[in-house]
Design a protein around this ligand. Structure first.
Ligand code: TXA
Ligand code: MG
Length: 323
């Protein structure tokens, strides 16, 4: 069983660094979701991530860095990427950039692509990477296909029997994964909406972000695009305008749906209608609604602007047909 260690423990960073040097995968809190981190330059470390997650090995991973210098040792930065990093790092923006010839991110972490996804996280995760001295590959710390974890307890439920160490930093501030943007030929392509609203990125870039249509069965560019990626066990019904008997209801902004008295439970993502609060609660609520033996989940309409784009994206995946 995994040991759970508070990030306030003074030995947290040295213990994690030791495990990472041994090529192990360690669960680490970030401002978005908990990551399952390992040395991005060590094939044994990257393999440990895939093994624990049960993740298909064609999925490339995000390489997390502690500073711009570390990022530039592995990927090349066109001027537009420099501007975005200056505005949003550390933070919930992941940039997909060409590998530099001297880069050491292992091909297992990039799935052999000529590009790598890089992000500088805030706080403890950044301190850990600085102490380790090399990029950490870190997908969300859940079993493949499951909802991303926003607390150490979520990680433990999903991976506790598969990893050795979980660092506990409490609840994640943002609660949805980073926004992933590919920087190409002076333009930007949105690969995954996330914790930084696309509008905020467009404002800094001074140009519109291209949004490829989200299609199930499309070629895997970012496997976050695989339809059924955030799958609760219960069936999920979106844009519900009424409640059917026995459903668990996830609502927003204090909205009361007709038939709510027949619901098994009602949870409001943000009674005051704050999309940031809603994002921070989303995965926790999906997990609670998905308790064993619970009925179907009905979700009220959520606004589509700002963080609403990421929330609706994750909900669409949760509701997508499974195989
Ligand atoms: O907030 C986050 O981004 C979290 C925390 C832990 O930092 N990490 C995360 O990683 O969500 P993961 O592995 O669950 O998501 C990585 C996404 C995948 O959809 C992957 O396909 C995409 O990044 N990706 C990675 N490298 C890529 C590349 N070279 N080109 C396109 N997409 C890439
Ligand atoms: Mg994930």
């Amino acid at each position: 069983m995994a040991r759970i260690l508070s990030i306030l423990d003074p030995t947290a960073i040295p213990q994690a660094v030791d495990a990472l040097r041994r090529g192990e995968a360690v669960a680490v809190p970030t401002e978005t979701v908990y990551g399952l981190a390992a040395d991005a330059t060590n094939p044994a470390g990257v393999a440990a991530i895939y093994e624990a997650k049960g993740r298909p090995s064609f999925n490339p991973l995000i390489a997390h860095v502690s500073d711009l210098e570390m990022a530039k040792a592995h990927v090349s930065f066109p001027p537009l990427a420099e501007r975005l990093a200056a505005a949003f790092w550390p933070g919930a923006l992941t940039l997909v950039l060409p590998l530099s010839p001297t880069g050491r991110i292992h091909p297992l972490a990039t799935a052999g692509l000529p590009t790598a996804a890089v992000r500088m996280p805030e706080g403890f995760a950044r301190d850990l990477i600085a102490a380790f001295g090399a990029p950490l590959a870190a997908p969300s710390a859940n079993r493949s296909g499951r909802v991303s974890p926003t607390s150490a307890r979520h990680v433990d439920e999903d991976l506790g029997d598969r990893i050795g160490l979980i660092l506990d930093g409490g609840r994640c501030r943002i609660g949805v994964e980073s926004t992933i943007v590919a920087v190409e030929d002076g333009g930007l392509r949105l690969l995954r909406p996330g914790g930084i609203p696309a509008e905020a990125i467009e404002a800094v870039a001074g140009l519109a972000i291209e949004r490829p249509a989200l299609q199930s069965g499309a070629a895997v560019i970012a496997p976050g695009m695989l339809a059924s990626h955030y799958a609760p066990d219960a069936a999920v019904r979106l844009n519900a305008r009424e409640v059917r008997p026995g459903e668990t209801v996830i609502t927003f902004g204090g909205v009361v749906l007709p038939g709510e008295e027949q619901a098994r439970a009602v949870m409001d993502l943000s009674p005051s209608g704050d999309l940031r609060e809603a994002a921070a609660n989303l995965f926790e609520f999906l997990k609670r609604a998905d308790a064993p033996g619970a009925g179907a989940i009905a979700v009220a309409p959520i606004p589509a602007h700002g963080l609403g784009e990421a929330i609706n994206d994750r909900l669409a995946r949760a509701a997508a047909p499974r195989d």
